[in-house]
Design a binder for this molecule. Structure first.
Ligand SMILES: *Cc1c(COP(=O)(O)O)cnc(C)c1O
Length: 364
Protein backbone atom coordinates (compact mmCIF):
# COMPACT_ATOMS: atom_id res chain seq x y z
CA UNK A 1 0.00 0.00 0.00
CA UNK A 2 2.76 2.41 0.91
CA UNK A 3 6.39 2.42 1.85
CA UNK A 4 5.34 1.81 5.45
CA UNK A 5 4.62 -1.85 4.77
CA UNK A 6 8.36 -2.25 4.10
CA UNK A 7 9.52 -0.66 7.34
CA UNK A 8 10.96 -2.74 10.18
CA UNK A 9 8.61 -2.10 13.08
CA UNK A 10 9.85 -2.72 16.57
CA UNK A 11 8.84 -1.87 20.13
CA UNK A 12 11.78 0.03 21.66
CA UNK A 13 13.22 -0.29 25.15
CA UNK A 14 11.76 2.17 27.65
CA UNK A 15 14.56 3.89 29.55
CA UNK A 16 14.08 5.58 32.92
CA UNK A 17 13.12 9.22 32.74
CA UNK A 18 15.83 11.94 32.73
CA UNK A 19 14.07 14.87 34.44
CA UNK A 20 15.29 18.37 33.57
CA UNK A 21 14.67 19.79 37.05
CA UNK A 22 17.97 19.84 38.93
CA UNK A 23 16.22 19.93 42.30
CA UNK A 24 14.88 16.44 41.82
CA UNK A 25 16.55 13.64 43.73
CA UNK A 26 17.13 11.32 40.81
CA UNK A 27 17.33 7.68 41.88
CA UNK A 28 15.79 5.95 38.87
CA UNK A 29 18.55 4.91 36.47
CA UNK A 30 21.36 3.66 38.74
CA UNK A 31 23.87 6.35 37.85
CA UNK A 32 26.70 7.06 40.29
CA UNK A 33 26.05 10.06 42.58
CA UNK A 34 29.74 11.00 42.62
CA UNK A 35 31.65 12.75 39.82
CA UNK A 36 34.09 10.83 37.61
CA UNK A 37 37.71 10.33 38.77
CA UNK A 38 39.80 13.56 38.97
CA UNK A 39 41.99 12.25 36.11
CA UNK A 40 38.98 12.55 33.81
CA UNK A 41 39.16 16.35 34.15
CA UNK A 42 42.82 16.25 33.14
CA UNK A 43 41.93 14.09 30.16
CA UNK A 44 39.32 16.67 29.12
CA UNK A 45 41.99 19.39 29.38
CA UNK A 46 44.42 17.28 27.36
CA UNK A 47 41.77 16.88 24.68
CA UNK A 48 42.07 20.63 23.95
CA UNK A 49 45.61 20.22 22.73
CA UNK A 50 44.52 17.28 20.59
CA UNK A 51 41.51 19.05 19.04
CA UNK A 52 43.15 18.96 15.62
CA UNK A 53 43.25 15.15 15.83
CA UNK A 54 39.46 15.18 15.63
CA UNK A 55 39.77 15.59 11.85
CA UNK A 56 41.19 12.05 11.78
CA UNK A 57 39.30 8.81 12.28
CA UNK A 58 39.93 7.44 15.77
CA UNK A 59 41.86 4.23 16.51
CA UNK A 60 39.28 1.60 15.57
CA UNK A 61 40.71 -0.80 18.15
CA UNK A 62 40.56 1.83 20.93
CA UNK A 63 43.97 0.51 21.94
CA UNK A 64 44.69 3.03 24.71
CA UNK A 65 41.43 2.19 26.48
CA UNK A 66 41.69 -1.56 25.91
CA UNK A 67 45.26 -1.58 27.24
CA UNK A 68 44.21 0.36 30.36
CA UNK A 69 41.46 -2.20 30.99
CA UNK A 70 43.90 -5.06 30.36
CA UNK A 71 46.25 -3.61 32.99
CA UNK A 72 43.42 -3.08 35.47
CA UNK A 73 42.02 -6.60 35.13
CA UNK A 74 45.40 -8.29 34.57
CA UNK A 75 44.35 -9.99 31.35
CA UNK A 76 45.62 -9.86 27.78
CA UNK A 77 44.29 -7.06 25.53
CA UNK A 78 43.15 -9.68 23.03
CA UNK A 79 40.51 -10.74 25.56
CA UNK A 80 38.80 -7.35 25.68
CA UNK A 81 36.25 -5.68 23.41
CA UNK A 82 35.00 -2.12 24.01
CA UNK A 83 31.82 -0.45 22.76
CA UNK A 84 29.50 2.52 23.15
CA UNK A 85 28.07 1.55 26.53
CA UNK A 86 27.38 -2.05 27.41
CA UNK A 87 24.08 -1.73 25.55
CA UNK A 88 26.10 -1.46 22.34
CA UNK A 89 28.32 -4.38 23.37
CA UNK A 90 25.32 -6.53 24.36
CA UNK A 91 23.41 -5.72 21.14
CA UNK A 92 26.48 -6.82 19.13
CA UNK A 93 26.71 -9.98 21.26
CA UNK A 94 23.09 -10.86 20.44
CA UNK A 95 23.87 -10.36 16.75
CA UNK A 96 27.13 -12.34 16.90
CA UNK A 97 26.36 -15.25 19.22
CA UNK A 98 22.60 -15.77 19.44
CA UNK A 99 21.59 -16.33 15.81
CA UNK A 100 21.44 -20.14 15.69
CA UNK A 101 17.64 -20.23 15.51
CA UNK A 102 17.31 -22.07 18.83
CA UNK A 103 15.68 -20.07 21.64
CA UNK A 104 17.98 -18.15 23.92
CA UNK A 105 17.31 -18.25 27.66
CA UNK A 106 17.16 -15.46 30.20
CA UNK A 107 15.29 -14.88 33.48
CA UNK A 108 11.66 -13.81 33.48
CA UNK A 109 12.50 -10.87 35.73
CA UNK A 110 15.61 -9.22 34.31
CA UNK A 111 17.01 -6.36 32.23
CA UNK A 112 14.14 -5.46 29.92
CA UNK A 113 16.46 -4.71 26.99
CA UNK A 114 17.07 -8.46 26.38
CA UNK A 115 13.64 -9.20 24.82
CA UNK A 116 13.92 -5.97 22.81
CA UNK A 117 17.19 -7.06 21.13
CA UNK A 118 15.85 -10.57 20.64
CA UNK A 119 12.77 -9.18 18.88
CA UNK A 120 14.87 -6.76 16.81
CA UNK A 121 17.07 -9.60 15.51
CA UNK A 122 14.19 -12.10 15.37
CA UNK A 123 15.91 -14.37 17.89
CA UNK A 124 13.46 -16.73 19.62
CA UNK A 125 13.71 -16.67 23.40
CA UNK A 126 12.42 -18.37 26.50
CA UNK A 127 12.14 -16.56 29.82
CA UNK A 128 12.91 -18.71 32.84
CA UNK A 129 11.03 -17.95 36.09
CA UNK A 130 13.06 -16.95 39.14
CA UNK A 131 12.62 -18.94 42.35
CA UNK A 132 10.30 -17.44 45.03
CA UNK A 133 13.47 -15.97 46.59
CA UNK A 134 14.15 -14.22 43.26
CA UNK A 135 17.23 -16.33 42.58
CA UNK A 136 18.23 -18.16 39.40
CA UNK A 137 17.78 -21.94 39.40
CA UNK A 138 20.68 -23.35 37.31
CA UNK A 139 18.72 -26.58 36.82
CA UNK A 140 16.29 -24.62 34.62
CA UNK A 141 19.12 -23.73 32.25
CA UNK A 142 20.31 -27.28 31.65
CA UNK A 143 19.60 -28.56 28.16
CA UNK A 144 17.59 -31.76 27.94
CA UNK A 145 15.55 -30.95 31.01
CA UNK A 146 13.21 -28.07 30.35
CA UNK A 147 14.33 -27.53 26.76
CA UNK A 148 16.14 -29.72 24.33
CA UNK A 149 18.47 -27.04 23.04
CA UNK A 150 19.16 -23.38 23.54
CA UNK A 151 20.76 -20.78 21.31
CA UNK A 152 22.58 -19.03 24.15
CA UNK A 153 22.12 -17.79 27.71
CA UNK A 154 22.28 -14.30 29.21
CA UNK A 155 21.61 -12.96 32.70
CA UNK A 156 22.89 -10.06 34.77
CA UNK A 157 24.84 -10.81 37.94
CA UNK A 158 23.79 -9.22 40.25
CA UNK A 159 20.43 -9.44 38.52
CA UNK A 160 18.50 -6.30 37.62
CA UNK A 161 16.13 -5.08 38.90
CA UNK A 162 16.27 -7.48 41.87
CA UNK A 163 19.87 -6.78 42.95
CA UNK A 164 20.34 -10.46 43.82
CA UNK A 165 23.85 -11.84 43.34
CA UNK A 166 24.39 -15.45 42.30
CA UNK A 167 27.47 -17.33 43.55
CA UNK A 168 30.09 -18.37 40.98
CA UNK A 169 29.32 -22.02 41.75
CA UNK A 170 25.87 -21.55 40.17
CA UNK A 171 27.33 -19.78 37.15
CA UNK A 172 29.79 -22.65 36.71
CA UNK A 173 26.94 -25.15 36.80
CA UNK A 174 25.26 -23.27 33.95
CA UNK A 175 28.54 -23.08 32.01
CA UNK A 176 29.30 -26.77 32.47
CA UNK A 177 25.80 -27.77 31.34
CA UNK A 178 26.00 -25.60 28.20
CA UNK A 179 29.36 -26.06 26.43
CA UNK A 180 27.56 -25.69 23.09
CA UNK A 181 26.20 -22.19 23.80
CA UNK A 182 27.70 -18.82 24.55
CA UNK A 183 26.85 -17.75 28.11
CA UNK A 184 26.92 -14.00 28.76
CA UNK A 185 27.11 -12.68 32.31
CA UNK A 186 26.09 -9.01 32.31
CA UNK A 187 28.05 -7.56 35.23
CA UNK A 188 26.73 -3.98 35.09
CA UNK A 189 26.52 -4.04 38.92
CA UNK A 190 29.42 -6.27 39.90
CA UNK A 191 31.58 -3.49 41.38
CA UNK A 192 29.36 -2.94 44.44
CA UNK A 193 30.64 -5.87 46.45
CA UNK A 194 29.97 -8.74 44.04
CA UNK A 195 32.34 -11.47 42.86
CA UNK A 196 33.11 -11.26 39.14
CA UNK A 197 33.03 -14.31 36.88
CA UNK A 198 36.08 -12.90 35.08
CA UNK A 199 38.54 -15.54 36.43
CA UNK A 200 36.34 -18.21 34.79
CA UNK A 201 37.05 -17.01 31.23
CA UNK A 202 40.27 -19.02 31.18
CA UNK A 203 38.40 -22.22 31.99
CA UNK A 204 35.26 -21.75 29.91
CA UNK A 205 35.73 -20.69 26.31
CA UNK A 206 31.97 -20.06 25.99
CA UNK A 207 31.86 -17.39 28.74
CA UNK A 208 31.64 -13.68 28.02
CA UNK A 209 31.66 -11.18 30.90
CA UNK A 210 30.20 -7.74 30.07
CA UNK A 211 30.73 -4.62 32.20
CA UNK A 212 30.07 -0.88 31.93
CA UNK A 213 31.49 2.50 32.93
CA UNK A 214 27.95 3.82 33.51
CA UNK A 215 27.31 2.67 37.07
CA UNK A 216 30.53 2.18 39.04
CA UNK A 217 32.79 4.55 37.07
CA UNK A 218 30.50 7.60 37.00
CA UNK A 219 30.54 7.87 33.20
CA UNK A 220 27.02 7.07 31.99
CA UNK A 221 27.21 10.24 29.89
CA UNK A 222 30.33 9.05 28.08
CA UNK A 223 28.85 5.70 26.90
CA UNK A 224 31.57 3.09 27.45
CA UNK A 225 31.09 -0.64 27.97
CA UNK A 226 33.27 -3.70 27.45
CA UNK A 227 33.27 -7.48 27.13
CA UNK A 228 35.92 -9.90 28.38
CA UNK A 229 36.35 -13.45 27.13
CA UNK A 230 38.78 -15.67 25.27
CA UNK A 231 40.39 -14.33 22.08
CA UNK A 232 38.17 -16.42 19.84
CA UNK A 233 34.94 -14.98 21.25
CA UNK A 234 36.38 -11.46 21.13
CA UNK A 235 37.57 -12.04 17.56
CA UNK A 236 34.07 -13.01 16.41
CA UNK A 237 32.65 -9.95 18.14
CA UNK A 238 35.18 -7.71 16.37
CA UNK A 239 34.35 -9.26 12.99
CA UNK A 240 30.70 -8.30 13.41
CA UNK A 241 31.55 -4.84 14.74
CA UNK A 242 33.88 -4.14 11.80
CA UNK A 243 31.07 -5.27 9.47
CA UNK A 244 28.74 -2.71 11.01
CA UNK A 245 30.60 0.41 12.14
CA UNK A 246 34.37 0.35 12.62
CA UNK A 247 34.67 3.65 14.45
CA UNK A 248 32.26 3.44 17.36
CA UNK A 249 34.72 4.64 20.01
CA UNK A 250 35.53 8.31 19.47
CA UNK A 251 38.74 9.96 20.62
CA UNK A 252 37.24 11.67 23.72
CA UNK A 253 35.71 8.36 24.89
CA UNK A 254 39.01 6.58 24.52
CA UNK A 255 40.97 9.25 26.43
CA UNK A 256 38.39 9.83 29.15
CA UNK A 257 37.71 6.12 29.62
CA UNK A 258 41.44 5.44 29.96
CA UNK A 259 41.76 8.14 32.62
CA UNK A 260 38.85 6.70 34.60
CA UNK A 261 40.27 3.16 34.60
CA UNK A 262 43.72 4.31 35.65
CA UNK A 263 42.50 5.70 38.99
CA UNK A 264 41.93 2.53 40.99
CA UNK A 265 41.85 4.21 44.38
CA UNK A 266 39.10 6.67 43.42
CA UNK A 267 37.09 3.78 41.99
CA UNK A 268 37.48 1.79 45.21
CA UNK A 269 36.66 4.81 47.33
CA UNK A 270 33.42 5.71 45.50
CA UNK A 271 32.13 2.15 45.11
CA UNK A 272 33.00 1.55 48.79
CA UNK A 273 31.00 4.61 49.81
CA UNK A 274 27.99 3.41 47.81
CA UNK A 275 28.15 -0.04 49.44
CA UNK A 276 28.25 1.57 52.89
CA UNK A 277 25.30 3.83 52.09
CA UNK A 278 23.38 0.86 50.67
CA UNK A 279 23.82 -1.20 53.83
CA UNK A 280 22.67 1.71 55.99
CA UNK A 281 19.70 2.30 53.66
CA UNK A 282 18.69 -1.38 53.91
CA UNK A 283 18.56 -1.16 57.69
CA UNK A 284 16.39 1.96 57.56
CA UNK A 285 14.04 0.36 54.99
CA UNK A 286 13.67 -2.70 57.21
CA UNK A 287 12.70 -0.54 60.16
CA UNK A 288 9.94 1.01 58.05
CA UNK A 289 8.55 -2.45 57.27
CA UNK A 290 9.80 -2.75 53.69
CA UNK A 291 10.70 -6.14 52.26
CA UNK A 292 13.38 -6.69 49.63
CA UNK A 293 15.75 -9.33 48.34
CA UNK A 294 19.27 -8.70 49.61
CA UNK A 295 20.97 -6.43 47.09
CA UNK A 296 24.58 -6.49 45.97
CA UNK A 297 23.98 -3.70 43.45
CA UNK A 298 23.79 0.09 43.67
CA UNK A 299 20.03 -0.09 44.14
CA UNK A 300 17.47 -1.82 46.34
CA UNK A 301 14.30 -3.46 44.98
CA UNK A 302 11.80 -2.93 47.74
CA UNK A 303 8.08 -3.35 48.43
CA UNK A 304 5.91 -2.56 51.44
CA UNK A 305 3.23 -5.06 52.52
CA UNK A 306 0.74 -2.27 53.33
CA UNK A 307 1.23 0.14 50.42
CA UNK A 308 1.07 -0.37 46.68
CA UNK A 309 4.13 0.29 44.54
CA UNK A 310 2.16 2.77 42.48
CA UNK A 311 1.15 4.73 45.59
CA UNK A 312 4.68 4.84 47.00
CA UNK A 313 6.07 5.90 43.62
CA UNK A 314 3.54 8.72 43.29
CA UNK A 315 4.03 9.96 46.85
CA UNK A 316 7.82 10.02 46.43
CA UNK A 317 7.42 11.86 43.15
CA UNK A 318 5.32 14.52 44.89
CA UNK A 319 8.29 15.03 47.19
CA UNK A 320 10.65 15.45 44.21
CA UNK A 321 12.17 11.97 44.55
CA UNK A 322 12.19 9.90 41.37
CA UNK A 323 12.68 6.14 41.60
CA UNK A 324 11.92 3.38 39.06
CA UNK A 325 8.59 1.59 39.02
CA UNK A 326 7.22 -0.87 36.45
CA UNK A 327 3.59 -1.67 35.84
CA UNK A 328 4.13 -5.30 34.89
CA UNK A 329 2.13 -7.63 37.17
CA UNK A 330 5.07 -9.61 38.61
CA UNK A 331 6.91 -6.57 39.98
CA UNK A 332 4.35 -3.78 40.24
CA UNK A 333 4.51 -3.63 44.04
CA UNK A 334 8.25 -2.94 43.95
CA UNK A 335 10.28 0.22 43.66
CA UNK A 336 13.84 0.10 42.41
CA UNK A 337 15.66 2.76 44.36
CA UNK A 338 19.17 3.75 43.24
CA UNK A 339 21.71 4.32 46.02
CA UNK A 340 22.70 7.98 45.96
CA UNK A 341 24.69 9.99 48.49
CA UNK A 342 24.05 9.62 52.23
CA UNK A 343 22.15 12.93 52.18
CA UNK A 344 19.92 11.78 49.33
CA UNK A 345 19.14 8.48 51.04
CA UNK A 346 18.35 10.28 54.29
CA UNK A 347 15.82 12.34 52.34
CA UNK A 348 14.30 9.15 50.87
CA UNK A 349 14.01 7.54 54.30
CA UNK A 350 12.44 10.67 55.74
CA UNK A 351 9.92 10.78 52.89
CA UNK A 352 9.10 7.07 53.16
CA UNK A 353 8.67 7.37 56.93
CA UNK A 354 6.23 10.22 56.37
CA UNK A 355 4.35 8.38 53.61
CA UNK A 356 4.01 5.12 55.54
CA UNK A 357 3.08 6.85 58.81
CA UNK A 358 0.44 9.31 57.65
CA UNK A 359 -1.09 7.74 54.58
CA UNK A 360 -4.01 5.40 54.31
CA UNK A 361 -3.14 1.80 53.84
CA UNK A 362 -3.57 1.44 50.06
CA UNK A 363 -2.83 -2.20 49.52
CA UNK A 364 -5.94 -3.90 50.94
C1 LIG B 1 22.66 -0.16 32.98
C2 LIG B 1 22.69 -1.55 32.45
C3 LIG B 1 23.30 -1.85 31.23
C4 LIG B 1 23.72 -0.81 30.22
O1 LIG B 1 24.59 0.08 30.58
P1 LIG B 1 25.30 1.06 29.55
O2 LIG B 1 25.00 2.40 30.08
O3 LIG B 1 24.73 0.85 28.17
O4 LIG B 1 26.71 0.68 29.62
C5 LIG B 1 23.40 -3.17 30.85
N1 LIG B 1 22.90 -4.16 31.60
C6 LIG B 1 22.27 -3.91 32.75
C7 LIG B 1 21.74 -5.04 33.54
C8 LIG B 1 22.15 -2.60 33.20
O5 LIG B 1 21.47 -2.36 34.31
Amino acid sequence: MSWESKVKKTIPYTAGEQPKDRNIIKLNTNECPYPPAPGVLDAIDALKSRASDLRLYPDMNATALVDALAAFYQIDSSKIFVGVGSDDVLALCFLTFFGSGDPILFPEITYSFYPVWADLYKIPYKQIPLTPEMTIDPFEYAPGLTHVKNGGIIFPNPNAPTGVEEPLSKIERILRANPDSVVIVDEAYIDFGGTSALPLIDRYDNLLVVQTFSKSRSLAGMRIGFAMGNEKLIGYLKDVKFSFNSYTMNLPSIMIGKAAVEDRSYFEETTGKIVKTRERFKEALKELGFVFPDSKANFVFAAHPDFSGDYLFTELRKRNIVVRHWNSPAIREYLRITIGTDEQMDAVIKALAEITATAQNTNQ
